[in-house]
Ligand binder design. Sequence first.
Ligand SMILES: Cc1cc2nc3c(=O)[nH]c(=O)nc-3n(C[C@H](O)[C@H](O)[C@H](O)COP(=O)(O)OP(=O)(O)OC[C@H]3O[C@@H](n4cnc5c(N)ncnc54)[C@H](O)[C@@H]3O)c2cc1C
Length: 461
Amino acid sequence: MEVDKSLQRIARIAQQLQPAQNSFRRDSHEIEGGIEGMPTLGVGLPALEIEKAFPQATPATTFPPAVSDYFQLDDLLSEEELATRNRVRRFMEAEVAPIIAKYWERAEFPFELIPRFATLNISGGTIKGYGCPGMSILSSALAAAEIARVDASCSTFMLVHTCLGMLTIGMLASEEQKKTLLPPLARLDHVACWGLTEPEYGSDASSLNTTATKVDGGWLIKGQKRWIGNATFADILVIFARNMQTNQINGFIVRKGAKGLKATKIENKIGLRCVQNGDILLDNVFVADEDRIANINSFQDTNKVLAVSRVMVAWQPIGIAMGVYDVCHRYLKERKQFGAPLTAFQLNQEKLVRMLGHIQSMWLMGWRLCKLYDAGKMTPGHASLTKAHNTKVAREVCALGRELLGGNGILSDFNVAKAFCDLEPIYTYEGTYEVNSLVTAREVTGIASIKPPVSSRTKRS
Ligand SMILES: Cc1cc2nc3c(=O)[nH]c(=O)nc-3n(C[C@H](O)[C@H](O)[C@H](O)COP(=O)(O)OP(=O)(O)OC[C@H]3O[C@@H](n4cnc5c(N)ncnc54)[C@H](O)[C@@H]3O)c2cc1C
């Protein structure tokens, strides 16, 4: 009897609740009903697609036309360079722009794009032969910038794969190693990563702790790496370790699935969110003799690769800034305030022109860097100054773009917020702004100041 009464009481309460639920549903339905085509949800407001929530301006899924070539810099490009640039631009606008913000939000890598990137024929960049495209350094740099114009994560993915992983093999491996490793990397059947940085050694990378101990038929690699792009899914891991016989830095090919190898994704990044940066644990991973990269005998050899890849990194901020400018240029014309398009306000115009000026200067510096490289006259200081300068200036371009878009400047939908965040890790990787400045300073002053002077306490001991 008691149970029956309880059930009746519950049924009464449920009945009383019913109208309240219905009216809540009706209210939310009425609100949704004002927007054509929106799905009806039982509870709460649905998330609106940005086109519907904010019809005054076009989001970056439809990427704006490229309009930053104010000084007609295209005149400085060869037909081959223009063709590469245009091919990559078309691809990025048509296939990447419509989908990439969602991947960025979820911090996921767009694996579906890897075979599409393969069709661009840019993987392997400047490397000649072995299925690689053998592009000019400027073509390769333009491709990096065009990818970054739409999405810096994709640009970093290709940079790590091509200009660090593949280039190390292309510049420093034996003929046999190149023949085996490069063709599948060029086809993007395999993906490469490049592990130098460690938890304890970032800017001071040459002090690295990871060890390579000689054993019968190969080497045992033991240590940790941090921040390694593509690490969680790379097939080929180029790993730098200290040879315990010579105390010098050597390079090794570690293959996906090797016993003792573990790569864990670094979570919670605010920039380059699609890039899968990993912490790598190497617990006595065996590497056969034939997988020791033949011509890496000291950190000086590693630096040869960094000098070239830094040229590419110097072009990433150019592309990012171009994309931000293009979005702002369109947005300011589309959105009106005080009865006039945002472009009509003097303060906005000054910001737009400041951004445009920065892009011309960054581009010209990047272009000249490539010409110095081709002429065999590029020094490490040239590459470092361009990387440092461009990331610093592009930071201002992104900050101005963020201001110009008002509230939408903090939404990934309009690209600028994404670009703003993506530039931060680029300011830091491949040598921070400060360390690159000091590399150039060493050349122009003749005084090296990267390592601090030995303290008096250390001197005494
Ligand atoms: C998103 C991302 C991707 C990366 N991808 C890779 C990768 O694929 N492979 C890889 O090997 N590494 C990678 N890195 C590592 C990157 O190269 C390092 O983060 C970078 O070298 C800086 O090292 P750190 O972060 O340890 O900073 P630290 O070296 O700890 O520097 C901290 C601060 O101190 C300053 N500083 C340090 N030394 C000096 C000095 N001598 N003089 C003046 N200032 C100094 C720096 O400029 C910086 O401002 C990546 C990093 C990031 C964030």
